[in-house]
Design a protein around this ligand. Sequence first.
Ligand code: CP
Length: 353
Amino acid sequence: MVNSDKQPPIRRRLDPRPLAQTGHCRLEVLRRLAGRPIVGHADLDRDEVIELCRLAAHLESTEVASHHPLDGLVVITAFFEPSTRTRLSFESAALRLDGKILSVPDGKVTGIAKGESLADIGEMFNSYGDLLVMRHPVTEATEEIVEHLAIPMINAGNGSGEHPTQALVDWYTLLKWRPELASPTPSEDARIDLAVLGTPGSMRAVKSFTFAALHFRAAIRSLTVVSEMADPFGPELAAAVEASGIDVRVVNDLDPPLQDFDVIYQNAIALLGDAYKELNDGCRLSADREFKPGAVILHPLARREELDTSLDRSEHNLYFAQAAGAVFVRQALMVSVLDRLGRLPDSFSERPR
Ligand code: CP
């Protein structure tokens, strides 16, 4: 008997196989990342972003644990600012590849509480681990610690700076959703009208997402940024967006309407000086609003009132699948930076028959 009250299921995963089937992994591209710090958008070019996403798709669709890719390596996750997804997905990613974790879930449990410098903590990390994944509330903290590191570092979010692995998570999600976005010549049907609800200049996840979007400029028909700020991009991103040739609009409120967009990227809060500013009411999304059929919403989470739970069971929810895919794209990055691509099954780099 059909239960008419049954609610639609929540989409928690996106099938990685269509992206994996776009080709074999070009591991020679990813070998360039061995030992390199990943601090911001400039540390990954288009080829590297696409190949990391493709490797993630292979990792998500293949059993690799038995190959122990990170066997014998220690990843330090040092989070001086709270996190649910980034720290836990990095740790899950490493543990599932047989790596080991040294976890600092709160800076207060380090010598910082006694006035120790970040530089000295960096010196200690050199002896205790093979890779540092660090989040810090101070934008300059990544630059400061990198100078003292002999091991590679991945930036897991620095103040109002960047969140480069969130951008990888976001574009991995979009490439799984529509693999043709990675094509240098996507069909007109595959191209997207993209809305960003937030202020890229002062929201690190939105900034890294928007920088990464420029790698996919051929696939973006238009970019609309909805922000109350007069200059939402900041000088570096504004220049890059202008140079991209993408058709860009900046508006204060959601006008043009939501039905115009295939992809809506939303974030909760912007850092303005020392304070946080939430999105205005006009940027709130709920199932009551009218979306384009098939449109998808991404959100790095954590959410607040701006993204209503009424959307969780809708076709527009891509944000839970986005969070789930984080494990695999972070695996792809760690295996590359830690120079363990050679431990992956041969099938990853073989051309499809
Ligand atoms: N997306 C993201 O950075 O989430 P967390 O703050 O929970 O790590």
